[in-house]
Design a protein around this ligand. Sequence first.
Ligand SMILES: Cc1ncc(C[n+]2csc(CCOP(=O)(O)OP(=O)(O)O)c2C)c(N)n1
Ligand SMILES: [Mg+2]
Length: 637
Amino acid sequence: MTDEQAAGSGATVRLTVAQAAVRFLSRQYVSRDGERNRFFVGCFGIFGHGNVAGLGQALLQSLQDDPTELPYHQGRNEQAMVHIAAGYARQRDRLATFAVTASVGPGSTNMLTGAALATVNRLPVLLLPSDIFATRVAAPVLQELEQPFGYDISVNDAFRPLSKFFDRVWRPEQLPAALLGAMRVLTDPAETGAATICLPEDVQTEAFDWPVELFAERTWRIPRPVPDPELIVEVAALVRGAAAPLLVVGGGVTYAGANAELRAFVELTGIPSSETQAGKGALPFDHPLNLGAVGATGSPAANAFARRADLVIGIGTRWSDFTTASRTMFQHPGVRFVNINVARLDAVKLAGLPVLADATLALTALTEALAGFSTPADYRAEVTATARAWDEQVVASHDIGWAAEHGVLAQSEVLGALDEVMDVRDVIVCAAGSLPGDLHGLWRTRDRKGYHVEYGYSCMGYEIPGGIGVALAAPDRDVFVTVGDGSYLMMPTELVTAVQEGIKIIVVLLQNHGYASIGALTEQVGVQRFGTRYRYRDPETGRLDGDVLPVDLAANAESLGITVFRVTTRPELVDALRRAKAATTATLVHVPTDLLQQAPAGDGWWDVPVAEISTLAVTRAARAEYQARKTAQRPLL
Ligand SMILES: Cc1ncc(C[n+]2csc(CCOP(=O)(O)OP(=O)(O)O)c2C)c(N)n1
Ligand SMILES: [Mg+2]
């Protein structure tokens, strides 16, 4: 019987809830522009009493019946498994992802941070936390929360505010709607994020007669919303009337695959492009009309044009405070915004003219509507010259001979070595610390998928698992995971997963014995590097400013089974990176760096409040500076 015959026949098949979920997930496809692929490429899981007999049994059985149905991968930490799924989804332009199963209680709540990261970054991940017995027959079970005011509450309710879809399957009959609801959200570019289906541990194992139709192959078409023609005319008129127009390009451009359309638009209209963290790489760094990073961590080139822009067209951006430099970036008194976005939430921001549309279609329509238009030649020439001048500074920062005098490399020199060794299509990965700011401003991205900095949630610990997700999604690219010692210590766990699965990632670990990023921030807010150094407690002062801790992170990584290169000079670093690139398995390059040295930066500001009153003179000085900076802030509605 074919799927269609079975669907019409009213036939049923008897499976457990978990077996049914696995079978359903293996039969979901997405298609966009006529290209179709499976949506779930596998399932990550850590088992406990909450899921081993349900989803564990179902995955085992499925592997025996058909190894390609839903391949199982083991992780070490539930949060990290969600990061792997998110990294994978981002690299695949949100057209494929993993499901993640966790045991009841702590296994499930470990996924909360991953859920938030996925939802903030609008990345599809399917979370299957196990839940307490639906029957409550032996309540309270091990790891049950037990709220006196509601016996139906479990720790999984904490997923509700973090998920774009949430359901709990108290009875088998509820499963089909839950699965379809999750797919609706996961495959909707405007709505996507974490979808959470809680599966009580008893329900997972219960058998039910499912309509065969539930398991028919389903293809979810990824829509490309068409822009309203009247709006395109309106935007074209705004562009024609603007003296200094600027594009701010976000992640939505690349997810839509609109890179060629962006390039055509920029080249035909002469409107320069600037990039958010998620949008970086939408155009190559050396495109003459690409000003590079904009905002708090932006380049002086893009920021100079942002300050004077009278028309700003945001495409696929959520306008985070980093992009707007906490709303100090756009200083033209009459500046207007146009927001091309599939999500209404973003399209109305900054009182912009909302153009609800797919980036590809909107850019094509606008290019046509602006036929014959171009910004003046001197504007374009100034863009190119300003961008080139910044790139010269970037290149100069790549080799400043820091190690000769200070014994350790400057961070920008590490970036220089990476720039030298990495191929055009290789991917750089990061998430938190001082690296994302430096990468945003300084990294010379050459490929649309070559830059992967998770900066929606900027989650320490994302780097290694996120990089594994990227490597799984793009086996034809080398993935360089840059990670600070703080982030590394938060989650080195998935190095074991890389070893186990033979996943080649190249981890570049920068050990500076503390937080360069938050350390620098403490200077801005008058808090004197408090709590940001990895040092012994000094018996005399009672503070954590004694000797540097004898932490050997290279040895730590080695102990997890991966090959480690220890380097201190730039030639050693370049050599190690080349050897890591030539290797076929995961490697880690350990580089000591300077905690205090800072890479060249733009003059973007980030609003972090300073104590209004203080007994410390440094805090009072920081407060005065803060108040002065605040005056540049424009609420822009
Ligand atoms: C999970 C998490 N906790 C706290 C923070 C706040 N935070 C941002 S950067 C940072 C320090 C990062 O240290 P490290 O990885 O060593 O990078 P460095 O600043 O030294 O470059 C902290 C604590 C965060 N982003 N994520
Ligand atoms: Mg550090």
